[in-house]
Write a protein that binds this ligand. Structure first.
Ligand SMILES: [Zn+2]
Length: 305
């Protein structure tokens, strides 16, 4: 069995990106898991954003999507600080302080453990709920701007950079992204140490912040004299966002960074689902009762509301 901590190579993402990441992650799963996940593909894609929606109803939800790593020291020192277990972190920084600066990596580990337990119980409802939530949190931690207190460029005069990076680029360029493994060895694999993998993911995202900010400033200089923002129609709303020309120029300067982070998300998500199943003892997955499927899905939606 292959095992791997994905190397340091290379948000909440927008609606389109979150859903696409879940969709492709299902396709990457090994054969043992594919029938179950493919059968529930529509549901998983539909619920890819549930974790974001819970921010409106659960007061503790918001800090589960990010961590302000700049609060813990300069970038080159963070590899010596983390991983830190939740209990040690609480002793050292206090729970209030941790909650104030984001608990993304710790919460993702907790959801991973819930997914293992759900597989052990062969509980379809729980497997789907924890799998889709885990996918969401891992995807968010692959967005560099989810690892800094300057998450929207508000401290550097770059307001709006958050949705520029994680929403506008995927919406404008996702069609051309190649979301296939970079090398055969980076396909869905068993992750021996989930805690280390999650922290490796977060530290990798954080290390990319300099280019996230510098490239945005560079595009401002390139487009000097032109309006950088314009009202963009999204669904039924008009929002002031970066112009399509700005998005194109930024994407080009980032040199595939957004695509790489989506790819990284997909690798870690499919591997985390697979690893949770292995850690649960590779149980047979719940049988799919196709005759009751419509009824069952309605009940599932009601329970997860
Ligand atoms: Zn999120």
């Amino acid at each position: 069995m292959a095992s791997l901590i994905f190397p340091v190579t290379s948000s909440s993402w927008g609606f389109t990106a979150h859903r696409h990441i879940v969709d492709v992650a299902i396709a990457w799963l090994p054969l043992q898991l594919q029938p179950f996940f493919k059968y529930h593909r529509s549901w998983l894609i539909e619920h890819a954003l549930d974790a974001d929606l819970r921010k409106h109803t659960i007061s503790d939800e918001k800090p589960r999507h990010y961590i302000d790593l700049d609060r813990y020291g300069p970038p080159d020192s963070l590899g010596c600080v983390f991983p830190v277990s939740w209990s040690v972190a609480v002793d050292h920084w206090s729970e209030d302080s941790l909650m104030a600066h984001g608990i993304g990596p710790w919460h993702a580990q907790q959801v991973y453990k819930r997914l293992i337990h759900a597989f052990e119980l062969r509980d379809s409802l729980a497997i789907l709920r924890h799998a889709v939530d885990l996918a969401h949190y891992i995807a968010d931690l692959n967005v560099p701007l989810h690892t800094t207190s300057n998450y929207n460029g508000q401290e550097t005069g770059q307001k709006g950079i958050h949705s520029l990076w994680e929403t506008q680029i995927p919406e404008q360029h996702q069609q051309s992204f190649h979301l296939v493994p970079m090398r055969d060895s980076l396909q869905c694999v068993y992750l021996v140490d989930m805690e280390r993998q999650i922290w490796s993911t977060v530290l990798n995202s954080h290390s990319q912040l300099p280019s996230v900010f510098q490239c945005e400033n560079e595009v401002r200089k390139q487009l000097e004299g032109q309006a950088i923002d314009q009202y963009i129609v999204r669904g039924r709303a008009r929002q002031l966002m970066r112009s399509p020309e700005f998005v194109d120029a930024y994407h080009e300067l980032l040199d595939g960074q957004v695509q790489n982070q989506m790819q990284q998300s997909i690798q870690v998500i499919s591997s985390a689902w697979y690893s949770a199943w292995i850690d649960a003892g590779q149980p047979p997955l719940p049988t799919i009762n196709r005759s009751n499927s419509t009824h069952w899905k309605k009940a599932l939606d009601w329970l997860l509301r």
